[in-house]
Design a protein around this ligand. Structure first.
Ligand code: FE2
Ligand code: FE2
Length: 356
């Protein structure tokens, strides 16, 4: 981030659209298990919000052939900040378009990350007004905590897979005023970056897609705020046959308490048990993790992040989750890594892994 870039141009992650080939299953997961409220249905989409999400929706589920990220939208800190960010993007020839037709939100700027993720910026957002039966006695809470499942409070962050982490990171820093709180390098190559526009450790992370694909989603994270809830949620997911990938445990990177599962449509969802470390100081310096310290970075408690999913599976996926696991269950090839016959082998080397 340049010296002259104003901080806090982007306030936070407002919403994410998820594609799902199993809309009923995905809806069941978010409403019955994670306790999210449905606020609207329109065509093939259902709009959902958690009980402390401030706007009309934070997750939009849209039926599609493949799982994946429809788009992610960040709310700027002012209408002027939105105009400044649009100019910064335009000045470097990023293709832009505007629309104003999304439920609960106003004028929205659309663009793509250097890796092809659909991203949006917006200022105008309609605050959720609960009907009398859903009004909370706690004044800072936009709606009552629901009596359903183990309710998440709000959307927390997204993690993007990218063929080139550095270009995505540079774009968030240069165009949107994010700072990189932490990163992982493998030699000279950046293979993971955690980026923040406020005091959280990250609202957006980016990890290297070791299959070399572009524009995929690694996960969307929903916030509990209490690490014990991740253990309670693991019990719930186990009882209701939701596939748990890894956790509960705590990352060294971000210090976030994590639990990763796959919703029935195939997207990876992280349950975030606390805020993780907050970067309060204005001159926070990026922490750089080396591969020699990566075990601490991934999981302080020693949880294994599986190669056959965590480091290789994103959405959209060419294979079903089960087929993907079968194909990658043997772990990373190392004997022929990087050989001329198998140039992809180097990308599948275990040393290129990182977590978020
Ligand atoms: Fe994580
Ligand atoms: Fe995450």
């Amino acid at each position: 981030m340049s010296e002259t870039m104003p901080r806090f141009e982007v306030a936070h992650l407002a919403r994410t659209e998820l594609f799902t080939p199993d809309p009923d299953g995905t809806l069941w997961f978010f409403t019955k298990l994670l306790g999210m409220y449905e606020t609207k249905r329109d065509g093939q989409s259902v709009y959902l919000r958690a009980y402390e999400d401030p706007y009309q929706w934070s997750i939009k589920i849209t039926e599609a052939r493949s799982a994946g990220l429809g788009h992610a939208a960040l709310r700027t800190s002012s209408p002027e900040a939105l105009e400044r960010r649009a100019k910064a993007l335009k000045d470097t020839n990023v293709e832009l378009s505007w629309s104003e037709d999304e439920f609960g939100y106003g004028k929205t700027l659309h663009f793509q990350s250097p890796d092809g993720h659909n991203l949006s910026l917006l200022w105008e957002a309609e605050k959720y007004q609960a009907p009398p039966e859903l009004q909370s006695k706690i004044l800072s809470r936009p709606s009552k905590k629901p009596l359903q499942g183990l309710p998440v409070k709000r959307i927390d962050h997204i993690n993007l897979m990218a063929s080139d982490v550095t270009s995505v990171k540079d774009s968030f820093e240069r165009h949107l005023g994010f700072r990189t709180t932490e990163r992982v390098v493998d030699g000279e190559v950046e293979i993971g970056a955690w980026m923040s526009s406020n005091i959280l450790g990250h609202e957006v992370a980016c990890m290297r897609d070791i299959l070399g694909e572009r524009g995929r989603l690694h996960h969307v994270a929903m916030y509990y705020g209490i690490p014990q809830h991740n253990i309670d949620a693991a019990e719930m997911f186990r009882e209701y046959d939701i596939q748990i990938e890894t956790g509960p445990d705590k990352h060294g990177i971000t210090q976030g308490s994590f639990l990763y599962v796959f919703e029935p449509g195939g997207n990876r969802i992280e349950l975030f048990g606390d805020t993780g470390v907050l970067s309060l100081e204005p001159d926070w310096e990026t922490r750089t993790w080396q591969m020699s310290d990566i075990d601490t970075g991934l999981a302080i408690g020693g949880a294994k992040l599986p190669f056959e999913t965590y480091f290789t599976y994103g959405t959209p996926s060419k294979l079903t989750l089960a087929d993907h696991v079968a194909q990658f269950a043997g772990g990373p090839p190392t004997a022929d890594a990087g050989s001329a016959e198998n140039p992809e082998g180097a990308d599948r080397n275990a040393t290129s892994m990182v977590a978020g």
